[in-house]
Design a protein around this ligand. Sequence first.
Ligand code: SUG
Length: 446
Amino acid sequence: MKHFEVNFDGLVGPTHNYAGLSFGNVASQSNANAVSSPRQAAKQGLAKAKALADMGMTQGVLAPQERPDIQTLRRLGFTGSDATVLESAAKQSKQVFLACCSASSMWTANAATVSPSADTADGRVHFTPANLTNKFHRSLEPEVTGRILKGTFADNKYFVHHTHLPDNEHFGDEGAANHTRLCNEYGHAGIELFVYGRHAFDSSKPAPRRFPARQTLEASKAVARLHGLDDDSVVYIQQNPDVIDQGVFHNDVIAVGNQNVLFFHEQAFHNKTQALDEIKAKFGDHPLHFIEVGTNEVSVQDAVKTYLFNTQIITLPDNSMAIIAPTDCQENSAVSAYLDGLVNKGTPIQQVKYFDVKQSMRNGGGPACLRLRVALTDDELRHVNQNTLLSNTQFERLNTWVDKHYRDQLTEDDLRDPQLLTESRTALDELTQLLKLGSVYPFQQD
Ligand code: SUG
């Protein structure tokens, strides 16, 4: 039996824009109101996914969500035709309106937490969509995310889909962005690291002061329970509250792991020594590489600016590892010097590949945010919806689909244009046929 990790990249939706919605996410705040290019954003994402497929990786895509979210606006009391709903929401409640237009589902690292079959009690792959309660615009995602995941991983002999955790700050869950799996081989039982920002029920414990901690320990524990993970294979680590206060709103902004490599900043974790000791003890006798980056090599500020740790570490078919970094890393002298040196350090990471994902970076989403990792066996892969996998043909089709439906530029004013809603629904309707997803969107169910 073969086993590998498949990256499911989020397709950027037609309303991609910069609305400054994420307090605590430095890029989102500083690019508020900038003009976006949905077409360029979608193509940058697709180009990265295709490049990984060309390197021999199995690569899939996850559909975006329906935005503007008319259903939510109606739930919030806006009435009339869809055009009137848009117009009155934009006029009366700009922040609510903007939140309902966000294309934030593109960051599929926040779509769900996934535990591969080798780790779970029933030997199936488990998915729990993230509830994303900390940000209103993101809290609108989990229900449709669940439907998209079910349309992608439909066979319940292999795949189990849980309902997202209760929509409450006590169970704030940000999905795979705060979850890392270490293993010897993808198909062998691994250990799952859950990194949380705060304790929901104990205010005496350390917590950030300036920016919110989005993930709670209680949420992480609930996901581990739902997935049937063994306590001996799970490590809960608190994120350093001081780095959250410096803009590290998810753990994947300061740490990333792949197989037996954990790449992290010196300041990433609270009680670091204890956490690393527990990982070592639970990982067993196999070789394990901790690649710790000191503050003297790269400051937390540079890590947040360049997304050095929001890189993807992938295992290539020849078993060497490559690091997939945003071009922003290349443009920063300290970070590019670090990466130049990293490939000669005797760790499994042998090469660095840079990708321009600036449209996403301006909202605080790097290469790793754009993908959901799903470790699968070859048998499981055969039972995934094959239309969601990125073959050459499917790549061409998706690129043509973007060219046909996406606008080159979008400003805040454009979001209230009823024509954009029609364009977006037309695009998504065609996409569900391309990916054979079924009717996952509210407008398809009316
Ligand atoms: O949740 N930005 C996203 C970025 C998510 C990045 N994901 C990971 N680190 N895995 C967020 O803060 C900004 C939207 C706006 O401001 O228009 C936004 O939602």
